[in-house]
Design a protein around this ligand. Structure first.
Ligand code: NAD
Ligand code: 0WE
Length: 253
């Protein structure tokens, strides 16, 4: 589905990362890849994982620094000269903001969460645009907490609402270049970002009880749908938030 296409996947931390599942699926479908990790803490793990792909570019990118984003795209421009897709699979809010009361969200936590989880999506898309000379597909990851008050998701819910608005504004602006912009919205998945969230196991129980499919989403399922959205099979889909939450969000109770 992605033969002859080149893409970059931001946000691989370990084998459980949604970004990694997307990279694997894109690789299986013929894409040539670059993958990025946040810092040295993840470098060894990510380089090890990368060995199972066909020599991807493995690049460090802390999205809080413009120079690191620029360096990544300088490398892509040098090595490939063009780009077909971008996957943004990054979110962060300080633990204090996810544990305390939403009312108590500090200015510093609010700004940091929005910088990493929202602004970075605009930045990585902006740098990709000049390289997407044959059109392109940009994808990010969101969560239902953007439109429902999910207990504890707090400032991240506000970030995801803003992220989803970014999807629409970028889609509107980039459509004339045949660049599509979409988000995938999976149900809760046990990844590094989910581990240590108090009551996360309970959330998986609730999915088993209430989601029409009586379970939550797997990373592999996100990988498969991502491949479709990155491919020409989704050539008329842009500005969309695509749910793959086993139907959870349609329920009224
Ligand atoms: P993950 O921890 O594997 O991935 C999050 C990534 O963000 C990590 O690779 C981390 O290094 C990266 N990151 C954080 N701060 C960064 C920074 N300053 N610079 C660069 N990278 C940074 O967890 P995941 O669950 O795979 O999360 C990926 C995306 O999926 C996130 O946007 C998350 O909100 C979204 N999502 C997750 C779930 C879930 O339940 N796991 C559900 C819906 C959406
Ligand atoms: O987007 C997320 C989680 C993103 C996340 C996770 C962490 C944990 C470690 C952002 N920042 C941090 N900061 C840390 O220090 N998800 C969709 C998973 C998630 O997190 C929740 C959820 C769900 C689902 C938090 C509360 C309630 C539900």
């Amino acid at each position: 589905m992605l033969q002859g296409k080149r893409g970059i996947v931001f946000g691989v931390a370990n084998e459980y990362s949604i970004a990694w599942a997307i990279a694997k699926a894109a690789h299986e479908h013929g894409a040539q890849l670059a993958i990025t990790y946040q810092n040295e803490r993840f470098e060894e793990t990510v380089r090890q994982l990368a060995r199972t792909l066909n020599e991807p570019l493995v690049l460090r990118c802390d999205v809080s620094e413009d120079e690191q984003i620029e360096r990544v795209y300088d490398t892509i421009a040098q090595e490939w000269g063009k780009l077909d897709f971008v996957v943004h699979s990054i979110a962060f809010a300080p633990r204090t903001a996810l544990e305390g009361k939403f009312l108590e969200t500090s200015r510093a936590d609010f700004l940091l969460a929005h910088d990493i989880s929202v602004y970075s999506f605009i930045a990585v898309t902006r740098h990709a645009v000049p390289l997407m000379t044959d059109g392109g597909s940009v994808l990010t990851l969101t969560y239902l907490g953007s439109e429902r008050a999910v207990p504890g998701y707090n400032v991240m819910g506000v970030c995801k609402a803003a992220l989803e608005a970014c999807v629409r504004y970028l889609a509107a602006e980039l459509g004339e270049r045949n660049i599509r912009v979409n988000a995938l919205s999976p149900g809760p998945i046990k990844t590094l970002a989910a581990r240590g969230i108090p009551g996360f196991t309970k959330m998986l129980d609730i999915m088993r009880e209430r989601a029409p499919l009586r379970r939550s989403t797997t990373q592999e399922e996100v990988g498969k749908l991502a491949v479709v959205l990155l491919s020409d099979y989704a050539s008329a889909v842009t500005g969309e938030i695509v749910y793959l939450d086993c139907g959870y969000h349609i329920m009224g109770m």
